[in-house]
Design a protein around this ligand. Sequence first.
Ligand code: SAM
Length: 243
Amino acid sequence: MSSALPPHPPLDKYYEGAARRERFVRDIFDETAEWYDSIIGMLSFGSGGLYRRMALERGGLQRGMRLLDLATGTGVVARAASAITDHIVTADASLGMLLAGRAKTRLPAVEAKAEGLPFRGGVFDMVSIGYALRHFADLQAVFAEFHRILRPGAKILILEITRPRSRFGLAVLRFHLNRVVPLFARLRSGSRDAQKLMHYFWDTIDSCVPPDTILSALRAAGFDDVRRHVELGVFSEYTGVKR
Ligand SMILES: C[S@@+](CC[C@H](N)C(=O)[O-])C[C@H]1O[C@@H](n2cnc3c(N)ncnc32)[C@H](O)[C@@H]1O
């Protein structure tokens, strides 16, 4: 069996060792769930829902398709998808995030980890993952699960923020995500955890495996036509088709 592929090394600043990562991630999302939507509005300059819908269309979502929006959080991607298809199931490891999303959507919601999904094989036409890849424990295990639950010919869409290659772009993004957004999160919510979550976001982006590693892992998991489309130098859209 191949060894695990974590999206970044353990971040000792937040938790001690890889074994504590899952608990840390679940707890911090549970604790900040009520603030999530207002904070990411700031992250994306308010264009979050619109951008996610355009990315879903670029990724091949069409009317009538059965979509699993995994790591759905409060359902931002799922709500954007509901303008395109009626057949959506959502899942997330954080019950707090799912409950915070209940006021905004009544889509079916399942508490589940990406590494072991409670769905039969071959039941979905597409799986979408918005800004959660950096939080998974093992990309190989997660991609194998996606491959299992999709029917042959089905699509995958992974949205992520990628560390810019230029020094100027990196400096600008770091200032925004590691200074402006955490401060805003603290002022908006009064919550130290919300501030910590935003610093954590930046640290996971900064230490994430490069795009080529993600593309190779998707191919190794059995996806064809694997591509990365980039918007504004930082918004990555990974796509692939189940063999
Ligand atoms: C940054 S939020 C993204 C929410 C939403 N997809 C969006 O686009 O705004 C990341 C989500 O991933 C979830 N998550 C983290 N690790 C997970 C795992 N192993 N399995 C399932 N969900 C996970 C978190 O609970 C959180 O709701």
